[in-house]
Design a protein. Structure first.
Length: 496
C-alpha cells in the first residue's frame, strides 16, 4: 500500500511553505515535490517502511547545501540527508513533514595525493570509484562493503561501514582522516585533520557512525593503502556450523589476522551458488573464506598456517585460489549474498548484530531454532573474523502477518546477541529498524547522554529526527511488552 501521508490541508500548506522557501535557492530541476517525483526517495534498502517527504532537494554546490539548511532551520523543518539509499536500517527514510537533502550530485573526486596516500572526495562519490581512481598509483581504499559498487562515501561515514576486509584494515572510522560538512544551522564544520592530531576535542569518532544526526557531510579525506603484491583465498568446508565457528576462533587464537575471514551457512551458499556459480561446496553445512595478502612469501606462509589450523578444526574440504580470477570468483558469492537472497524471496530483513567470536556457533543454533518459532526462513552470512552477523530473514512484506513475524524474529536475534555479550549493530546502524532494541542494550542514563550529544549539535532535533535514539516513552512501552512476552511494533512508521 502507499505509505504517504494523506494530503491534509495542514500538510499541503506546510509543503507549499517549504517549496516557496527553497525554490529561489535551487535550479528548478533540483527541487522535487510532486508525488511521482518524491516516491523514489520514500525508503532506503530497508523497504518495509516507507514515507514521502514534503520535498527533495538536490543541490550541486556547497552554497546551495548551506542555503537549504538555513532555510529549513528558519522554518523548523526536519532535514534527512541521503546518499545512494543502499542503507539497510531505514536511516535515510524521509521525514513525512521534512525535506530530503540528496548529496547524489556531489560525486567529484577532488584530489588523489599518492605521496600522502590520501583521497579527497565529495560525499556522493561511490566507494568503489575511490579505488578505481587510486589504482594508477598502486593504491586503494580498504573498506569494501558488499554494496561498494553503489554506496557512497557519505553514507559509509554515516554508518561507519565495513566490508569483507575490515578485520585486517578496519572500518570506515579507521580509514578516514577528515570530514567536512555543515551543521543544521548551515554553519561550516570540520572534524579530524590531515595531521596526526587536530586541535580541540577529537569529534571525528563521534561523527563517523552518527547516521546523519549531527551534521550534513559534503567532503571526506580518506586514507589510501598500497595494493598488496599478492592475495590468495582459502575456501574451507565444514560438516557443521559449530565446527566452522570454532575454526574462526582457532585462527584468531593462533595469532593470525587474515585480510578477510567470512562465513556462510548452507542455505546462503545454495542461494549464491545458483546466482553467481562461485564453485561453493553445496554439501557443506558452512563454508569459510579466509584471505591472505602481502608479499608472495608472506602469503605462502600464512596460507600454510591457516590451512593447518582449518584442518585441525575439522575442515572437510580445503581449496586455495590458484590465480586472481579464481580468488575473485570465491569472493563473488559473498559479495552477492544480498542480491542472491532477493532472487529467492520477495523481501528480506538483514540484521546486523555482533557477538564474541567464541559464540558464533551458539548464535547460529539459536537462529535455527527461531526459524521454527517464527515460521520464516533465515540465511546467514557474516564477517566471522570480528563477529559481525548478517542474518537475512526471508519474508513477504505484502503479508502483514509475515512482516510482523519478521520484525519479531529480528528483535529476537538482536536481543539474543546482547545476551551473549554482543551489540545490536556492527555497521548498518540503528535507523528506525533497531529503535526498540536500543531500549534493551542501553540504560535510560546512557540514552540520555547520547541525546545530550545530539542536542549539542542540533538542539531542535531537526537532522534525521525520530531515529537511532528512542524516546523514554517508547522504551517504557517496549519494557511492558517484554514483561508480557509480546513485542511493540512500529506503530508510528508507515509500512509497505
Amino acid at each position: 500500500m502507499n505509505a504517504a501521508l494523506p494530503p491534509t490541508p495542514e500538510r499541503a500548506a506546510r509543503q507549499a511553505e517549504v517549496v516557496r522557501a527553497l525554490a529561489p535557492l535551487l535550479p528548478p530541476e533540483a527541487l522535487l515535490w510532486t508525488p511521482e517525483d518524491t516516491t523514489p526517495y520514500e525508503c532506503d534498502g530497508l523497504t518495509a517502511y516507507r514515507t514521502r517527504p514534503l520535498a527533495v532537494a538536490l543541490p550541486e554546490t556547497e552554497a546551495q547545501v548551506q542555503a537549504v539548511l538555513r532555510a529549513c532551520h528558519a522554518l523548523k523543518v526536519p532535514v534527512v540527508a541521503r546518499g545512494a539509499g543502499t542503507g539497510l536500517s531505514g536511516g535515510a527514510m524521509p521525514h513525512p513533514l521534512g525535506v530530503t537533502l540528496s548529496l547524489a550530485r556531489f560525486n567529484r573526486i577532488v584530489a588523489i595525493d599518492p605521496l600522502a596516500q590520501t583521497a579527497t572526495v565529495q560525499a556522493g562519490v561511490r566507494n568503489l570509484a575511490i579505488s578505481e581512481a587510486a589504482a594508477p598509483h598502486g593504491l586503494y581504499y580498504a573498506p569494501d562493503p558488499s554494496s561498494q559498487i553503489a554506496c557512497t562515501i557519505g553514507g559509509n561515514v554515516a554508518e561507519n561501514s565495513g566490508g569483507v576486509h575490515c578485520l585486517k584494515y578496519g572500518l570506515t572510522l579507521h580509514n578516514v582522516l577528515q570530514v567536512r560538512g555543515y551543521t543544521v544551522e548551515g554553519e561550516p564544520v570540520t572534524f579530524g585533520s590531515l595531521a596526526p592530531d587536530a586541535p580541540g576535542l577529537d569529534l571525528l569518532p563521534a561523527v563517523v557512525g552518527s547516521e546523519g544526526m549531527l551534521a550534513v557531510v559534503v567532503e571526506v579525506v580518506v586514507r589510501l593503502i598500497a595494493r598488496p603484491q599478492l592475495a590468495r583465498c582459502i575456501m574451507a568446508s565444514f560438516a557443521s556450523v559449530r565446527a566452522a565457528g570454532d575454526a574462526v576462533a582457532a585462527i584468531i587464537a593462533a595469532g593470525i589476522i587474515p585480510a578477510g575471514l567470512e562465513m556462510m551457512d548452507k542455505p546462503m551458499t545454495a542461494a549464491v551458488e545458483a546466482f553467481v556459480h562461485a564453485g561453493y561446496d553445496l554439501q557443506a553445512e558452512a563454508i569459510l573464506l579466509c584471505e591472505s595478502d602481502g608479499t608472495p612469501e608472506e602469503v605462502a606462509e600464512e596460507i600454510e598456517r591457516m590451512s593447518a589450523v582449518l584442518r585441525q578444526a575439522g575442515a572437510t574440504r580445503i581449496a586455495v585460489s590458484r590465480d586472481e580470477a579464481e580468488r575473485l570468483r570465491f569472493w563473488s558469492g559473498r559479495k552477492n549474498a544480498f542480491p542472491a537472497s532477493g532472487r529467492i524471496s520477495p523481501d528480506y530483513m538483514c540484521m546486523d548484530s555482533t557477538i564474541p567470536r567464541k559464540r558464533l556457533a551458539d548464535i547460529l543454533e539459536a537462529i535455527a531454532a527461531m526459524e521454527g518459532k517464527y515460521g520464516l526462513r533465515c540465511a546467514n552470512v557474516f564477517h566471522a573474523g570480528d563477529g559481525n552477523l548478517h542474518p537475512l530473514i526471508l519474508f513477504d512484506a505484502n503479508d502483514p502477518d509475515q512482516l510482523a513475524r519478521a520484525e519479531a524474529f529480528g528483535a529476537d536475534i538482536l536481543e539474543t546477541s546482547v545476551a551473549m555479550g554482543g551489540t545490536i549493530t556492527g555497521e548498518h546502524g540503528v535507523g528506525v529498524e533497531k529503535l526498540n532494541s536500543m531500549c534493551v542494550q542501553f540504560s535510560a542514563e546512557e540514552r540520555a547522554q547520547m541525546l545530550a550529544l545530539k542536542h549539542a549539535f542540533d538542539p531542535h532535533e531537526l537532522l534525521n529526527p525520530g531515529k537511532v535514539i528512542p524516546t523514554l516513552h517508547r522504551c517504557a512501552e517496549y519494557g511492558k511488552m517484554l514483561v508480557r512476552g509480546g513485542r511493540l511494533p512500529h506503530p508510528d512508521l508507515p509500512r509497505f
